[in-house]
Design a protein around this ligand. Sequence first.
Ligand SMILES: Cc1cc2nc3c(=O)[nH]c(=O)nc-3n(C[C@H](O)[C@H](O)[C@H](O)COP(=O)(O)O)c2cc1C
Ligand code: SF4
Ligand code: SF4
Length: 263
Amino acid sequence: MRVKNIQPVYFSPTHTSAKIVTAIAEGTDIIVNKEIDLTYPCADQKVISTDSLAIIGVPTYAGRVAPTALERLQKIKGDNTPAIIVVLYGNRDYEDALLELRDSVKQLGFVPVAGGAFIGEHSYSTEQFPTAAGRPDVSDIQIASEFGKNIIKLLNQYADIKELPALEVKGNFPYKENKPKTPATPITIDELCTQCQYCIEICPVETIELKEEIVSDPEICIKCCACVKECPNGARVFNTPFSEFLFKNFHERKEPELFYCTR
Ligand SMILES: Cc1cc2nc3c(=O)[nH]c(=O)nc-3n(C[C@H](O)[C@H](O)[C@H](O)COP(=O)(O)O)c2cc1C
Ligand code: SF4
Ligand code: SF4
């Protein structure tokens, strides 16, 4: 099977999914199209053609695909298009996220050919309680790039996508139950905030506003921590007991897990 070009697709508030998708794409050594970035609301429906290879990357939230990512993915359709599926998780566990992503992309018209669970700095990692800080690192990127290269070799062994065996990945169905959302959102330290409004620009669900000060709506916030990690002045803080819990229980380094469709 000849792949003409690579189509990166991701939802990635803190950029770890984007980094891995990009590294896999570069590893293939095939022309890479402009990425479809679902992190921000966009109206366009897109169909990715059969001769492309899509690389679809999303974060794990509570052992499942981040709900906003799943919602926005519905705009992207395949036409029996091969796809590499990727989940990022913060060194705790990805549970059923990769399986859920595999099943979801199939329904959208893609043929999953390989899958990877990679580790990204946890959204709730802090200086005091670091969890997977700095990941993906050089070793993760190297693994991602090799993964891309190997998938192209694998696809070249088949004349037609219909000959490919089904992709099996880790996870259980029914998927882990979604717990009801607990409303919460980062706070702004007014003394540090210059009201530059950058956080307003980058919030994936457009819930940050400048009133007297910078505020966000806990009912809408998805707790992605993009505003916390990207504020140039360290003025956004998300106080959650999870930071300490994760640091204490999930500090042992995990490594990427890769799945190929082979007999
Ligand atoms: C609401 C929420 C839930 C999360 N749940 C998990 C989880 O179940 N397991 C895990 O290891 N990491 C979890 N994470 C961490 C993210 O999966 C991880 O930081 C990922 O790299 C973020 O991807 P991004 O940089 O593309 O946004 C969670 C993060 C958030 C914001
Ligand atoms: S990015 Fe930081 S400094 Fe700028 S408005 Fe937002 S909180 Fe304030
Ligand atoms: S306000 Fe909430 S949803 Fe918006 S960037 Fe911050 S953490 Fe993410």
